[in-house]
Design a protein around this ligand. Structure first.
Ligand code: COA
Length: 255
């Protein structure tokens, strides 16, 4: 998804400065004699929302009246600048200069628009606009994704395709006024209308606003893909599976 945009960061600083460096969980921090080396190690977490109808508050007041309306083709051209500004403090965009951040934003959005993140679900994609001049100040983009999942205790089965909240972003000047939640409410309505029961989402460890936003909006955190407990369960299942195969084979008189 965004992995391509993570760079290795080399900082010529002293050991003392290194020890006082604020840390972001998307990087591994090492001190190598004369410089700090920050190597990307992004960890993505999945969360799921069981869909229930929610009222979309309209119009919202977020430094002026805001409406939520369905995505239109013409909205895409306004997204890169907005996206780049919204993710300005989120890795990997935060570590990029302005031009590369815009390039990364275009790249991510083009991928979503052209089906690289799975088919877009147009009736679940919404934008937030100013009531006066229809200026886009936020968006929620949903695609259908085959989430790699093999834990039976998790709420979706292996190999099934689910609506995925691929991007949600709000103009920095308008955050914390309910726009993100209003976009989600509209998305939920669209998905219920299509007969979906769940919405999956993904966030990067270290993106606190996203983490808190998901939590506040009722998403349930799923087990981390690399969690030792989960890997053990997976291995146990594999053992049971191969034991069953062995039993079947011996019943057939084979070794
Ligand atoms: C995440 C994001 C979409 C939230 O949009 P928003 O319009 O600010 O969200 P809301 O106003 O609906 O926030 C609802 C709740 O989320 C939590 N929240 C959102 N942003 C927060 C922040 N920066 N710090 C703490 N809590 C936050 C709060 O609990 C808030 O409820 P409260 O206001 O009653 O405390 C927005 O911050 C954003 O664009 N972030 C950058 C892009 C991003 O990381 N997107 C998510 C991954 S795709």
């Amino acid at each position: 998804m965004i992995d391509d945009w993570f760079d290795v960061i080399r900082l010529p600083i002293s050991m003392k400065q290194f020890l006082g460096l604020p840390q972001n969980p998307a990087y591994k921090y090492e001190y190598l004699g004369t410089y700090a080396l920050l190597s990307p190690r992004p960890k993505c977490y999945h969360a799921v929302l069981d869909l229930k109808p929610v009222d979309v508050p309209e119009p919202l007041d977020a430094r002026g009246p805001i409406l939520v309306r369905p995505l239109r083709d013409g909205d895409w051209e306004h997204f890169p600048a907005l996206f780049s500004a919204a993710f300005d403090r989120v890795q990997p965009f935060a570590a990029l200069d302005e031009d590369r951040s815009l390039e990364a934003s275009r790249h991510c959005l083009d991928k979503t628009r052209t089906g690289g993140d799975g088919p877009l679900v147009p009736s679940a994609c919404f934008v937030a606009v100013t009531r006066e001049d229809d200026k886009v100040v936020g968006a929620a983009l949903v695609t259908l994704q085959n989430v790699p999942e093999d834990d039976e205790s998790d709420p979706w089965a292996a190999g099934r395709v689910h609506p995925h909240l691929t991007w949600i972003f709000v103009a920095p000047m308008r955050i914390r006024h309910g726009i993100g939640s209003a976009l989600l409410a509209a998305t939920v309505g669209g998905l219920i209308g299509l007969g979906h029961a769940r919405l999956v989402s993904t966030f990067l460890l270290g993106n606190e606003s996203s983490t808190l936003w998901h939590w506040r909006n009722g998403f349930r955190l799923l087990s981390y893909d690399g969690s030792p407990r989960r890997m053990r369960k997976r291995a146990d299942r594999r053992d049971v599976g191969s034991a069953n195969v062995r039993t079947e084979l011996s019943e057939e008189g084979l070794p």
